[in-house]
Design a protein around this ligand. Structure first.
Ligand code: SOE
Length: 377
C-alpha cells in the first residue's frame, strides 16, 4: 500500500490545476511508494480558494500560506504563485521542514535562487521545479538517444517558444495570469516564462551553457496596470533571441516571443549531431523526428517516430501502442518521478540546484541584451 503524502497547494491558477490533476491521476497509472492526498488548498481569496478546493477535492483551505506551513498534517507544499512570491514561501517552507515542488522559473533572479537552494539543502527537504516538458515521452526519448551516443558529437542546438497572446495593446498588466506582463511579479517576460523551459531542456539534453549574446524587445511600451487602473511602463521583454556556446563545443540558437501571430505555444527543439539529428514540436508532442546518417543511403531520410509504444518512455503505463497522451501527462510523470525518488531517497530532477543553472542563463541573457555584449554564465 502506498503511504499517504499530504499536499498543501498554494495558488489555484492554471498551474494549480495542472499539478493537482497530476496528483489525482498518478496512482491510477503508476505503482508508487506514496499516494498524494489533497490536504489543503491555500490562496488569499477565501471564496475562490474554497471553490477550487471543492472542485478539485482538497479537504480544507487556508487563506494565509504561513498558516499552511504551520500545519503538522502537510508534508509537501506546491508553490503555484507568481514568481515574486517563490522565494519567501520556499524559504519558510524549507525552515518548516516541508518538501517543496516549486513552479518554474525557480526565482526572480540568480541571487534569490541561490538562497532558495541553500535553504532546501540546509533543511534537507526533497525539492523539485516543474519544468514539465522534460517528461513529454518524445522529449525523454530524445534524452535517451543522446545519452546512448546515437547523435555523436553535437554541433547545433536550436529551440523556439513562440506565442501570440499579448499582441493586443489593450491587454492590461498585472492580476490573474496577466502578472506575467508585470516585471515586478514575473521578474522578466518571455525569458523567464518561456525561454526558461527551452534552457532547462537544453541543459538536460546537451549540457551546460557557457556564454550568451542576446537581444530583447518590448513592443508595447505602456499598458494599464490592473492594480492601479493607470497606464504604466512595461518592463518585461516581449521577445528575446540569443545565441550561445555549450560546454561540449556546440552552438545554440534560441528564440521566444509572444508576438508570433498564429503561434499559440509552439515549442520546438532540434539537435544536430555528427551521426544523427532529432527534432521535436510541442504542437505534435507525441512525435520525435529522427534522421540517422547510418541508414542505407537510398532510404536515408527523416523518420517520424510515434512515441506511444510500451518500450518508449512512460508509455507502458498508459494505453496501447498508437494511442497517444498529451500535455497534462507531463505533470503526471513529474509527480510519479517525484514520488518514486522519495521512495528511493534520491533527488528528483530538476532540483532547485538544477533549476538555478537555468536561472543563471536567464540572468546572463537579460544582462547581455541590456549591455549589448557577450556575457559568461
Ligand atoms: C505562458 O503562456 C505559459 O502558460 C507559461 O507560463 C508556461 O510555463 C508554458 O508552459 C506555456 O505558456
Amino acid at each position: 500500500m502506498p503511504k499517504p503524502l499530504n499536499i498543501g497547494m498554494i495558488g489555484y491558477g492554471f498551474m494549480g490545476r495542472a499539478h493537482t490533476n497530476g496528483y489525482k491521476r498518478v496512482n491510477d497509472f503508476f505503482d508508487l511508494p506514496y499516494r498524494p492526498v489533497l490536504k489543503a488548498a491555500c490562496a488569499r481569496d477565501k471564496e475562490k480558494v474554497q471553490a477550487f478546493a471543492d472542485n478539485w477535492g482538497y479537504e480544507s483551505i487556508e487563506t494565509d500560506w504561513r498558516k499552511l506551513l504551520e500545519r503538522k498534517d502537510i508534508d509537501a507544499v506546491d508553490v503555484c504563485v507568481p514568481n515574486n512570491l517563490h522565494k519567501e514561501i520556499c524559504l519558510a517552507a524549507a525552515a518548516a521542514g516541508k518538501m517543496i515542488l516549486c513552479e518554474k522559473p525557480l526565482a526572480m533572479n540568480t541571487a534569490e535562487g541561490e538562497e532558495m537552494c541553500q535553504a532546501v539543502e540546509k533543511a534537507g527537504v526533497a525539492n523539485t521545479v516543474w519544468y514539465n516538458y522534460r517528461r513529454v515521452p518524445a522529449v525523454t526519448m530524445a534524452k535517451q538517444l543522446i545519452d546512448e551516443g546515437r547523435l555523436g558529437k553535437v554541433f547545433h542546438y536550436r529551440a523556439n517558444f513562440l506565442q501570440d497572446w499579448t499582441i493586443n495593446a489593450d491587454l492590461p498588466q498585472g492580476g490573474n495570469a496577466l502578472w506575467r506582463l508585470d516585471a515586478a511579479a514575473a521578474g522578466s517576460g518571455v525569458t523567464g516564462d518561456l525561454l526558461a523551459h527551452c534552457i532547462d531542456t537544453a541543459i538536460w539534453l546537451n549540457g551546460s551553457i557557457t556564454d550568451v549574446s542576446a537581444m530583447t524587445e518590448t513592443f508595447i511600451k505602456e499598458r494599464t496596470h490592473t492594480a492601479t487602473g493607470k497606464k504604466q511602463k512595461v518592463t518585461i521583454d516581449d521577445a528575446c533571441s540569443f545565441m550561445c556556446h555549450f560546454g561540449n563545443g556546440s552552438l545554440g540558437l534560441f528564440e521566444s516571443t509572444r508576438y508570433a501571430r498564429g503561434h499559440k505555444a509552439l515549442y520546438t527543439l532540434e539537435v544536430n549531431g555528427e551521426k544523427a539529428s532529432l527534432k521535436w514540436d510541442l504542437h505534435d508532442l507525441h512525435r520525435l523526428q529522427y534522421f540517422d546518417y547510418s541508414d542505407e543511403g537510398k532510404l536515408r531520410g527523416w523518420k517520424s517516430i510515434h512515441v506511444s509504444d510500451g518500450d518508449q518512455p512512460y508509455m507502458n503505463k498508459w494505453w496501447v501502442p498508437g494511442l497517444q497522451i498529451g500535455y497534462e501527462h507531463s505533470f503526471v510523470h513529474q509527480v510519479a518521478d517525484f514520488l518514486a525518488s522519495l521512495g528511493k531517497g534520491t533527488p528528483c530532477h530538476p532540483t532547485f540546484r538544477d533549476a538555478l543553472e537555468t536561472q543563471k542563463v536567464c540572468d546572463a541573457v537579460l544582462d547581455s541584451a541590456a549591455s549589448r555584449s557577450w556575457k559568461n554564465v
